[in-house]
Design a protein around this ligand. Structure first.
Ligand code: B16
Ligand code: MG
Length: 219
């Protein structure tokens, strides 16, 4: 049966823009100070994972148990580092084709929203000059449960008043695809097929991607 999306919900980091490299630098500096090895593979595991979840992962890797106040301080330090690193971000860092695709959706009357685990999502959208495209932004500040819980996307669909089945989620993280499927959304993976094989469709990026291609893939 032909499928036409009523809304598209985009993850931010890894789908619209590559902030993973800045998260990597921030966590690596912190891990170095703690004497815990932190690799690109670790960073890959933490895509879509909340700030606190990321710290817990690193501490567990190093076998470190810390009290809550110390954990809060470490997260603040990492975030201050991250904010310094993203300060100079601009539209030049947007992934090729993603804004054209979003603009095509908006022109066709498809609603567009953001569903990100990041508490810095609104800032990044602003820095990249695309905040005006998103009618709703659900981010790490507005959710209780992290991906793979579907809360972040369900809140977006609820804002629009649409059933998840009528909305498409674009995600680069395994936990994000699981969140979409757990919420009964249509799920498009952005990245590598072998990593995102649970998604209904995987695209390598948005260059040349169109609404009609999306509809063909999901029909
Ligand atoms: P922050 P997404 C996620 O964003 C990142 O992929 C993940 O690496 C990061 O730890 C998380 O946001 C929290 O970010 O520290 O900025 O609140 O992929 O869900 O857009
Ligand atoms: Mg992501």
């Amino acid at each position: 049966m032909a499928f036409t999306p009523k809304a598209c919900l985009f993850d931010l980091d890894g789908v619209i823009v590559d902030t993973a490299k800045y998260h990597f630098t921030g966590w690596k500096r912190l891990a170095d100070e703690l004497g815990i090895p932190y690799t690109h593979e670790d960073n890959e595991q933490l895509k879509g994972v909340s700030r606190v979840g990321s710290l817990e992962y690193i501490l567990e890797k190093g076998g470190l148990v810390l009290d809550n106040d110390t954990k809060v301080r470490l997260m603040e330090r990492k975030n201050a580092q991250y904010l310094e690193l993203v300060e100079t971000m601009s539209s030049a860092e947007l992934f090729p084709g993603v804004v054209d695709f979003i603009d095509e959706l908006l022109g066709a009357g498809v609603k567009v929203g953001l569903g990100s685990s990041s508490r810095n999502a609104a800032l990044i959208l602003d820095l990249c000059g695309i905040a005006d495209r998103f009618e709703v932004v659900v981010d790490g500040n507005g959710i209780t449960f992290s991906k793979p819980d579907p809360e972040v996307f369900l809140k977006g669909a609820h804002y629009f008043g649409f059933a998840p089945q009528d909305c498409v989620v674009f995600e680069d993280a395994v936990a994000g695809i699981q969140a979409a499927l757990n919420g009964k959304f249509r799920a498009v993976g952005v990245g590598k097929q072998e990593v995102l094989s649970q998604a209904e469709v995987v695209i390598s990026g948005f260059e040349g991607f169109t609404l009609s291609k999306l509809e063909q893939h999901l029909s």
